[in-house]
Design a binder for this molecule. Structure first.
Ligand code: ZN
Ligand code: ZN
Length: 261
């Protein structure tokens, strides 16, 4: 599988996953033109997209979903509650392109086996995804306020985890956000902190996880260096040699790169 984070953060989220002839866009939270340009940058024709899969209805994840589906005749997959919540925002999507899945039940798009799993976030029915193809597994986990035992199990042994590392708790607390927003972000239905991400990686290492891309970083309450430094510190603290764990960070404003698993 080839995985390319295109954009990641509260100003827009989209990634592309390719396996053979199957091209799956994960979320489409940017204007149509920005999505088309980003796909172009990683060599994917928009008309070759097999599907768009949606994690949840927040605008930073669905802004360009309707446009892309209409313009290039692409099926859009989401669970029923997410469809209900996003339908008024994405506008008309052709009947044949409205695809519904049940959270927790796997389904196929071309060569890829997908399992959507529930997350803890303030949306109708937010999900992460496990993508499986030819014995390799990529886990996509952003926009969750906490990591449960069930989530740890989902991520155990993954060949790559795309993991939210949203904020540094001290920067958030001392920063300019209004109290209510700070509480929302820190809540169980908000976003994952650098510490929570680091702790999870530490626990995943013994299960065989060796690669992570930190994602959905806050522009106000985090930096790429702080997020990477924090994750590295957690791994170091548990005795993981630096060369044994590949860490990268997804950019909010440009294509991050192409990762082959
Ligand atoms: Zn988001
Ligand atoms: Zn969200």
């Amino acid at each position: 599988m080839i995985f390319s984070p295109l954009y990641s953060g509260s100003t827009g989220n989209a990634s592309i996953l390719t396996a053979g002839k199957t091209n799956i866009l994960i979320d489409g939270g940017l204007a149509g033109k920005a999505l088309i340009d980003a796909l172009d940058a990683v060599g994917v024709e928009p008309s070759s997209l097999s599907a768009i899969v949606v994690t949840h209805e927040h605008i930073d994840h669905i802004k360009g979903v309707g446009i892309m589906s209409r313009k290039f005749d692409i099926p859009v997959y989401a669970n029923e509650k997410t469809w209900r919540a996003m339908a008024p925002i994405v506008g008309g999507v052709a009947m044949k392109n409205i695809r519904t899945f049940v959270t927790g039940q796997n389904f196929y798009i071309g060569d890829v086996d997908l399992t959507p799993f529930p997350l803890s976030h303030d949306a109708a029915e937010p999900v992460g995804y496990v993508f499986f193809n030819k014995g390799k597994r990529i886990v996509y986990m952003t926009d969750t306020g906490r990591v449960t035992e069930a989530l740890r199990e989902k991520a155990a042994g993954a060949d790559l985890i795309f993991l939210e590392s949203n904020h540094d708790v001290d920067l958030l607390l001392s920063g300019p956000y209004p109290e209510r927003l700070k509480r929302r972000i820190l809540s169980d239905h908000g976003h994952l902190s650098n510490d929570a991400a680091g702790e999870l990686l530490m626990k995943l290492y013994p299960t065989g996880v060796r690669r992570a891309i930190l994602a959905h970083l806050s522009r106000e309450n985090n930096t790429e260096d702080i997020a990477l430094g924090s994750a590295r510190a957690y791994l170091n603290a548990s005795g993981v040699p630096e060369k044994d764990f590949f860490l990268a960070v997804a950019h909010y404003d440009r294509v991050t790169g192409i990762f082959e698993i």
